[in-house]
Write a protein that binds this ligand. Structure first.
Ligand code: UDP
Length: 414
């Protein structure tokens, strides 16, 4: 059997005070219409990275609306995940040579076939996240359920070979979801294609409101000097997140801001074999400067500590080169922390209004904006507040629940 992740239940009603009654009432009405329908999300890792983060809050909240929703995780070994990470990278415009190889294609298919045999099929709707499990539908004998493919990555300029390989599997689904219209490949033929942005959970350990003094205390315990400015990037160790670029940005900014400190808070995911090598290389580089600190989920820096870093820092950086959405941007803005971020993928939709001035393309530009915010604290505070308003309106869980359940309803009715 595939592993089922135990995530419990979380009270959706709390959101009435944050997003208003109308949206929660709408969700309750949808849940009522879908009563008795069994839903299941499937992905490839229960921790590390945005999809796991999202599902671990999303599913308990959907359950509290009275629906059955579970989470199954596919199995894979390092070789399979090396292939799937290369598909992921190639779909974001990276090198697609591995997935053109017959051996890699075979590994992908065989593993999906094995997982399809081990799935629990006792559901009416499957939502398949990202490329790793995208061929389950192809290899399953299921003729009962509806299948939806949810793409979390930036597929606006995919490597042609990688997309040609994956497309037939995606097209066997009843619907597909992309984060933005720009990500929908023009040749994709699926009965229904929806766009919806991911969202964060305001009440999770990652995003709950914590006093800044407490957060400073927590980061102080991890070696950060609370009396000196701190910039932070929270990301998987992934080349698309430009961690070496962030270290250069810090060095440039430090020339202007005395005593500046950088924390790179990075997670390693079980489905991301690339992360380990990069982690080692980042560590080696960071060791050259005692004010660059590297933390991971493997050494006790979990959701609460990430919350502390995002709350205690002065400016958050997200210098992504490609980005499906970048939950971390909304996470920082939710805490009223201004963000300087790469002008990539799903990031600009979170950086609206005056924050658009802080979307950057180069390291120099990024360092300049960081310095500007560190030197103009009032402006930084105003930007943080503006960002929080945008997150409240657009990127909290209830909006995503409403969007996804509406799609499920349409697909079931068809
Ligand atoms: N994250 C974490 N610990 C870390 C690094 C990242 O908990 O050390 C979380 C982060 O807070 C966010 C998610 O992992 O919720 C990353 O999601 P995002 O959409 O930013 O990027 P992805 O990893 O999906 O590319």
């Amino acid at each position: 059997m595939l592993n089922k992740v135990s995530v419990g239940i979380r009270d959706l009603q709390k959101y009435r005070l944050v997003v208003g009654n109308e949206l929660i009432d709408e969700i309750e009405k949808l849940a009522d219409e879908l009563k008795g329908i069994r839903l299941c999300h499937i992905n490839s890792s229960s921790f590390g990275g945005g999809v796991a983060e999202l599902l671990s809050s999303y599913i308990p909240l959907v359950r509290s609306a009275g629906l059955t929703m579970d989470w199954q995780v596919i199995h894979g070994d390092r070789r399979f995940f090396t292939v799937t990470k290369s598909i992921h990278n190639a779909l974001q415009g990276g090198d697609g040579s591995l997935i053109r190889q017959e051996k890699a294609q075979k590994r992908y298919k065989t593993q999906n076939q094995m997982n399809a045999r081990e799935m629990d099929y006792n559901y009416d709707v499957f939502i398949i996240n990202d490329p790793q499990p995208a061929a389950l539908r192809h290899f399953s004998d299921d003729r009962h359920a509806k299948w939806i493919w949810r793409c979390h990555i930036d597929t606006s300029e995919p490597d042609k070979g990688a997309w040609a390989f994956l497309r037939p599997y995606v097209e066997q689904h009843d619907a597909a979801i992309f984060t933005m219209a720009q990500f929908i490949p023009s040749d994709l033929r699926v009965s229904e294609i929806a766009t919806m942005a991911p969202a964060i959970d305001a009440f999770s350990a990652k995003n709950m409101s914590l006093p800044r003094a407490l957060c400073r205390e927590m980061t102080d315990n991890l070696g950060i000097d609370r009396n000196r400015p701190l910039i932070v990037q929270v990301s998987r160790f992934d080349p698309w997140k430009d961690p070496f670029g962030v270290m250069k940005i810090y060095q440039l900014a430090r020339e202007k801001v005395a005593g500046l400190q950088l924390a790179l808070v990075g997670s390693l995911a079980s489905d991301d074999p690339e992360g380990w090598g990069l982690y080692a290389a980042i560590h080696t580089e960071a060791d050259k400067d005692r004010d660059i600190h590297v933390f991971t989920n493997l050494t006790g820096v979990g959701s609460m500590q990430v919350n502390a870093f995002q709350t205690a820092c002065d400016v958050a950086i997200q210098k992504s080169i490609r980005e499906g959405f970048g939950l971390v941007v909304s996470e920082a803005l939710w805490k009223c922390i201004p963000v300087v971020a790469g002008n990539a993928g799903g990031i600009p939709m979170q950086m609206t209004g005056n924050l658009t001035d802080y979307l950057v393309d180069t390291l120099e530009e990024c360092a300049e904006k960081v310095v500007h915010l560190l030197e103009n604290r009032e402006l930084a505070t105003e930007l943080g507040k503006e960002g929080k308003q945008n997150v409240t309106r657009n990127f909290l869980m209830p909006r995503l629940i409403r969007d996804e359940l509406s799609l499920v309803k349409r697909v079931l009715e068809r």
